[in-house]
Design a protein around this ligand. Structure first.
Ligand code: PSU
Ligand code: MN
Length: 307
């Protein structure tokens, strides 16, 4: 058995990569676990459309019946969205068993980066990344996303991380691991629903071209790490900090009471925050994903122009 047995790059993505055309990867945990049906499918399809409209090829990444897909069909997106939480969350440590058993998996930032890299895709757009959890000094709960950012040369465009996490420790960890944290037109790390967090990014980037140049320099000198681009949610969709902080502290309390840990922690916290904040947080989430996809397209185009 070789890589091709497990990896399936769609014809459209293959063709684009062969011709040096820009491609942007998208994750599937956000579809199966991040949003309710049918908004999840609607959003996933809209992001793909938005990407195509800018002349870039989208590649939604997931594991379906034991095969890593770089470029899902509309039917596959529909399937992942309808099955929702029944599709298991697939991080790096889950990959081997899911593949060997021929199961489905919703790819996290970690596995989406990994599969994008195997396929030859360099840019990936998502909502938020995992990080160092609050209390990690005793639980040691640190998302595999941070290790992947250190090991896999893919640009991840996100809206920062939610403050369900310890954002300060997350930045420290990324510094140790040599991952550049860049702010798009900002000096401050955005916190997903809000444009500010009180923490500074490593460097401010004002244009997609600057981001492309930094990534190409990183590759040219043989650094194998990824790069994190943090793109603040558009002002008009950003949420009230107090509302979010309140929802997050309630979620953290509930997780503690119910003794939640391991891979359940992040989905539990996110779910709780969503339930408390309701429809407005869903709207914000959808809009920031579109915003990140737009920036990822610009970066992918700049990289392909320099190719
Ligand atoms: N944070 C968010 N939204 C998400 C996730 C994290 O704000 O959807 C998802 C992503 O797929 C991310 C994963 O890669 O959760 C991280 O999970 P964990 O903390 O278990 O590594
Ligand atoms: Mn964890």
């Amino acid at each position: 058995m070789n890589l091709n047995h497990y990896l399936e790059v769609s014809e459209e993505v293959k063709e684009a990569l062969k011709n040096g055309k820009p491609v942007v990867a998208l994750e599937s945990t956000i579809i199966s676990h991040g949003m309710p049906y049918p908004q999840n499918v609607e959003t996933a399809k809209n992001v793909e459309k938005l990407i195509r409209n800018t002349g870039v090829v989208p590649a939604t990444i997931a594991i379906i019946q034991g095969r890593m897909k770089a470029g899902c069909s509309e039917e596959e997106i529909e399937y992942l969205g309808k099955r929702g939480q029944n599709v298991q969350k697939a991080s790096r440590r889950d990959l081997s068993v899911i593949l060997s058993r021929g199961e489905d998996g919703a790819t996290t930032v970690t596995t989406t980066m990994l599969i994008a890299h195997l396929a030859g895709i360099q840019v990936f757009a998502t909502g938020g990344i995992g990080g160092v959890h609050r209390g990690a000094e005793t639980t040691m709960d640190i998302s595999a996303d941070l290790e992947e950012l250190s090991d896999t040369p893919v640009i991840v465009v996100c809206a920062g991380a939610k403050s369900i996490l310890d954002l300060g420790l997350t930045l420290e960890y990324l510094e140790t691991k040599g991952v550049p944290v860049l702010g798009y037109q900002t000096e401050e790390l955005p916190a997903f629903y809000t444009r500010k967090s009180g923490f500074k990014v490593d460097y401010r980037m004002d244009t997609p071209g600057e981001i492309a140049d930094a990534f190409l320099a990183q590759r040219a000198v043989g650094l194998k790490s990824g790069m994190l681009i943090t793109n603040p949610i558009p002002e008009e969709y950003s949420m009230d900090k107090e509302t979010i902080d309140h929802a997050i502290s309630q979620a953290l309390e509930a997780a503690k009471k119910q003794n939640i840990h391991g891979k359940e922690t992040t989905p539990f916290l996110l779910d709780h925050v969503k339930r408390i904040t309701g429809g407005s947080s869903l709207q914000s989430n959808i809009q920031l994903v579109y915003n990140n996809a737009r920036l990822a397209c610009e970066v992918a185009k700049e990289i392909s122009n320099r190719g």
